[in-house]
Ligand binder design. Structure first.
Ligand code: ADP
Ligand code: MG
Length: 567
């Protein structure tokens, strides 16, 4: 699936060398980083190819999500690892653009190699790249398209751009719709608190059975939460239920440590029973007095209490996690009380529906608060656990992207249009850059075009023709000209019209990340493999981080990467 070389060889060479200097070190690092970039390049964009990932335990995952692939690759080369780290940051900060960042970093390194051959100093290249990345960010800011937090149709296009290629059009539309609805439901004054969206992936059903719940879905398999009503006659669905949340246990503290009671006579036993009975009845009275139909308890519920609650027609759920209690609170308006004795009707909330549902592999509890709640859940289905999990991953990225677009209020053209524009601008800008850095700025411009070039190639278009046409259109003032690959036959057109839009933050971060990663590698001119036997060295490097320090310690084989000192 990859062209050129055998990247695996470079990426997992454990015992290759102990020390490399100057150009050798550089060449080796660049080769490793480029091998990684070449490997995932073919997955870029909606027409990107899938990779079949086979792990050592035989699990197979098919994906074309760059972040997901590098996450699962066994990478030992320090330079390739530093690229992966940058990509991981990209993923955690903006939730998308990982492949783009890695592909661009690879291309920047290829450009750097020829600049080095021409005799440019590595620090000159790094300085030029930094200048170019800064300029690109400013230009990007000037080219943004506003997006209002309630602009559903535009947000849907942003979501679709983030997920196309993962599924077919229909599936992407379906998920774009769901994720936008979820984000809209919890958006308040232009901010999106992602903690208010819960994602649960459960296999055993079609993807299209995925549903958005205005409230909380608890997977009882993975959560400790358990309904404990012994009464078989209790219904599985409670409509318009009053919900109480108790952040405590509904049992009597067992005799431990000080104050332990020793039961010496049958009277003692009877007294204790009576005492217990009294306390438990009081608990249940508090709950019924508050008008609750369902009670979620953070800790355990005594058998007797379960029984009494069931008799009163109240569904009892024990061991509800702290965070779940809070989420149910947000879904129903209930406030958790520290002890059941404090429970009042005003502490309860209202759920449109509380339901226990058997989904095959697991049972879920659904607390549906109805419209206007501060908590939503996306219940994701898929044929197998892998599919469901992969869906969850893509959806997570999608939520991230949507929150970025909303909070920033800005998106930029995708499909390579922005990169063509930036490249054009950088070439102009380069002319004003004094010194040899100018060449690095130009090289940066050329490198940016790897995105449209790769997108074009993925759709079977001639990449050279595509770049020539795109440049010409941009020259004529068509800033939105890019690749529109949503149709069966990909073509060049107006990507804004085509709804191919990405959050400004994603494109901006991808370019900045790529420049950072490339610069780290370009600056390295010495690689020393430190073996465990060299105890003093190990110690010496142990607390060092950042430039000149340990990049990554692999099992028994820590690598030290040194930077050139003199400028
Ligand atoms: P990344 O991990 O970088 O997000 P993707 O595989 O998601 O990688 O590809 C992202 C690229 O695909 C971006 O440049 C984006 O603009 C582009 N893209 C998304 N949808 C389309 C489309 N319908 N037509 C053309 N390009 C698209
Ligand atoms: Mg993407």
């Amino acid at each position: 699936m990859t062209n050129g070389g055998n990247p695996q060889q470079v990426l997992s060479r454990r015992n290759g060398f102990h020390r490399l200097d100057g150009r050798d070190a550089q060449a080796d690092n660049v080769a490793a980083a480029r091998a990684l970039s070449e490997t995932i390049k073919t997955t870029l964009g909606p027409k990107g190819l899938d990779k079949l990932l086979v792990s050592s335990d035989g699990t197979i995952v098919v994906t074309n999500d760059g972040a997901s692939i590098v996450d699962r690759m066994e990478i030992v080369h320090p330079a390739a690892k530093s690229i992966v780290e940058v990509a991981a940051q990209q993923d955690s900060q903006v939730g998308d653009g990982t492949t783009s960042a890695i592909v661009l970093a690879g291309e920047l390194l290829e450009e750097a190699e020829s600049l080095l051959e021409k005799g440019l100093h590595q620090t000159t290249i790094a300085r030029g790249y930094t200048l170019a990345a800064e300029r690109a960010r400013d230009t990007l800011d000037e080219r943004t398209i506003p997006v209002a937090p309630d602009d559903r149709s535009r947000l849907r296009t942003v979501a679709r751009t983030a997920i196309t290629g993962k599924w077919d059009r229909e599936a992407s539309d379906f998920l774009a719709e769901k994720t936008v609805a979820a984000v809209r439901a919890i958006e308040r004054d232009g901010t999106v608190d992602l903690k208010r969206i819960t994602r649960t992936a459960i296999p055993g059903s079609s993807y299209y059975d995925s549903e958005l719940v205005e409230g909380l879905v608890i997977d009882m398999e993975s959560s400790s939460t358990t309904p404990v009503s012994p009464e078989p006659g209790l219904p599985d669905v409670f409509e318009d239920a009053t919900v109480a949340l108790v952040d405590d246990q509904l049992t009597i503290e067992t005799a431990t440590g000080q104050g332990a009671v020793t039961l010496e006579s049958p009277e003692d036993v009877r007294d204790l029973r009576e005492y217990e009975q009294e306390v438990y009845e009081r608990y249940v009275d508090r709950i019924t007095d508050a008008g609750a139909d369902v009670v979620f308890c953070q800790k355990s519920i005594d058998d007797m209490v379960r029984y009494l609650l069931a008799k009163a027609g109240i569904l009892a759920v024990e061991r509800t996690r702290q965070d779940e209690l809070e989420k149910i609170g947000r879904a129903t308006g209930a406030s958790p009380v520290g002890t059941v004795d404090d429970l009042r009707a005003t502490d309860t909330g209202l759920a449109r529906r509380v339901e226990r549902r058997d989904l095959g592999p697991t049972e879920v509890a659904i607390v549906d608060g109805g419209p206007g709640v501060d908590q939503v859940s996306l219940l994701l289905r898929g044929g197998t656990q892998q599919v469901a999990d992969e869906t969850k991953r893509v959806v997570d990225g999608c939520f991230h992207v949507l929150s970025r677009a909303i909070e920033d209020g800005a998106v930029v053209p995708g499909g390579g249009a922005m990169e063509i524009h930036l490249a054009r601008d950088l070439r102009e800008y380069a002319a004003n850059v004094p010194g040899r850095e100018q060449l690095a700025v130009e090289a940066f411009a050329d490198a940016l075009e790897v995105i449209p070039r790769t997108l074009a190639a993925s759709a079977g278009l001639d990449p050279i023709d595509a770049i020539v046409e795109l440049r010409a259109r941009h020259h004529d003032g068509d800033h939105a000209a890019g690749l529109r690959l949503e149709e069966e036959s990909g073509r060049i057109g107006d990507v804004v019209e085509g709804g191919i839009l990405e959050p400004r933050a994603v494109t901006e971060r991808a370019i900045a990340s790529a420049a950072e990663a490339a610069n780290v590698i370009v600056r390295v001119d010495e690689v020393v493999a430190v073996t465990r036997e060299e105890g003093e060295h190990e110690h010496e490097h142990e607390h060092e981080h950042g430039p000149g320090g340990v990049v990554e310690s692999t099992e028994g084989y820590p690598w030290a990467v040194g930077h050139s000192m003199g400028h």
